[in-house]
Design a protein around this ligand. Structure first.
Ligand code: AMP
Ligand code: GLY
Length: 422
């Protein structure tokens, strides 16, 4: 049973379904085509436990961060059920940026210099004595909106005052002010049993709404994998200098980390990686490009990790030959005020080597598929190169119709530019 109902969860169901009977809670019209949707609230742990018992579920895979931070894995384990994902204590690597910083400092992992504050005056003093630009972050979960890159000290002071004044609720009771890092971002996901780790293909997402990475931040407008700047050397450093030290630190502290550890990295002009953040789950929309590239049985890996069975990490980060690009189709007005409810037209037959993952879609009383969220669908294209995968992703993005459809045509632009220069 996959917990969640977005594009990532549809992709997880798709990736698990060749070797498992899949349930999804609550799921979406895409997961409904693969398995059985169970209309329950993932925050209602008792409802999850009852569904697991009723449907004889062997394994629960948790998609989003909120149920992990709320201890769903702990609750399932306490009732003798098998779950893939970290405990609430281990998920603090995402749910508390202050905690993640402490772990990185104590494990010797390279990251931006930062300081944590609860009092506005102390934050303002720090900001006044540090160089611009600065990044101000709410320590708690803020649905991807809690990090503000501030060009000036004045902007940073406003951001810190607003956060400590309650703009993000309890997520902003602790605020980090950190050094701005230059470079290119990279997402590296690792499956881990708490000791050993296996890297998945490196990916890059596009958070801004507009082409050329402009405009406000979103949950993600597209992603691609693999990323050519992340060769075996860099990935080896990510494994040895980031993932493994963090896992050792977590285990030593009595909170071993199992599940997917997602390292959000900044790669500087010398090619050195530094950690921007950790997430305790698969990325969305990174999952929509990383999972289709895997030439291994994901279910077997996840099962062995969750059930604590004999597990052998493979090196999947550079094993795959192909490339994938996903283009997110969003509702008009996204991210500020998405307009929902438009009828969606999907071609009877999808273009060759494409996959369409549902995110914010719903069927109305008549069974008509309609837009029901900011991010509506993810159009994944596969190919032997990122350029080819992008062409397929765009072809599918063009073929799906709904009123006011918004999408970027420049997903993977850095990689396309590198391929053109090569
Ligand atoms: P986070 O939630 O910490 O990953 O931050 C969200 C986004 O803000 C990242 O994906 C980066 O684009 C940006 N960001 C966060 N921290 C920094 C930093 N120290 N330097 C530059 N950009 C950052
Ligand atoms: N794509 C960024 C995230 O999943 O947090």
């Amino acid at each position: 049973m996959v917990i969640g109902g977005g594009g990532r969860e549809h992709t997880l169901c798709w990736a698990l379904s060749p070797s498992a009977t899949v349930f999804c809670a609550p799921g979406n019209p895409g997961t409904e085509e693969i398995g059985t949707n169970l209309p329950l609230d993932p925050g209602d742990h008792e409802a999850v436990i009852s569904a697991v018992a009723e449907h004889h579920i062997d394994l629960v895979v948790i998609g989003p961060e909120a149920p992990l931070a709320q201890g769903l894995v702990d609750r399932l384990a306490a009732s003798g059920h098998c779950a893939f994902g970290p405990t609430a204590a281990a998920a603090r690597l995402e749910s508390s940026k202050a905690f993640a910083k402490q772990v990185m400092v104590s494990a010797g992992v390279a990251t931006a210099a930062s300081e944590t504050f609860t009092e506005p005056n102390k934050a303002l003093d720090y900001i006044a004595s540090h160089p611009e630009p600065l990044v101000v972050k709410a320590s708690g979960l803020a649905a991807g909106k809690g990090a503000i890159v501030c060009r000036t000290r004045a902007e940073a002071s406003t951001a810190a005052r607003e956060m400590l004044g309650g703009k993000f609720g309890s997520a902003g009771e602790l605020v980090l002010v950190e050094e701005f890092l230059e470079g290119e971002e990279l997402s590296v996901l690792a499956l881990t049993d708490g000791e050993r780790a296996m890297l998945l293909p490196p990916s890059q997402d596009h958070k801004r709404i507009g082409e050329g990475d402009t405009g406000p931040n979103t949950g993600g407008m597209g992603a691609y994998a693999p990323v050519s700047i992340a060769g075996p050397d860099l990935l080896g450093r990510v494994l040895n200098d980031v993932i493994r030290p963090v896992l050792r630190n977590m285990a030593t502290d009595g909170t071993p980390y199992r599940g997917v550890l997602y390292a959000g990295l900044m790669i500087d002009s010398d090619g050195d990686p530094r950690v921007l953040e950790f997430n305790c789950r698969f990325g969305d929309p990174e999952a929509q490009v990383v999972l289709p590239l895997l030439e291994t049985d994901l279910t077997d890996h996840i099962w062995r990790i969750a059930a604590d069975e004999d597990w052998k990490p493979e090196d999947l980060s550079t094993a795959q030959s192909g490339a994938a690009v996903t283009t997110v189709l969003a509702s008009p007005g996204y991210p500020e005020a998405p307009v929902k409810g438009a009828a969606i037209g999907i071609p009877e037959e999808l273009p060759a080597r494409t996959l369409l993952f549902h995110a914010g879609t719903a069927r109305d009383d008549q069974g008509v598929l309609r837009t029901a969220g900011g991010r509506v669908l993810c159009a994944t294209g596969l190919g032997t190169s990122v350029t080819e995968a992008l062409a397929r992703s765009r072809e599918l993005a063009d073929a799906v119709q709904f009123e006011g459809k918004v999408f970027r045509r420049d997903i993977a632009w850095r990689e396309v530019a590198r391929a053109g220069a090569a």
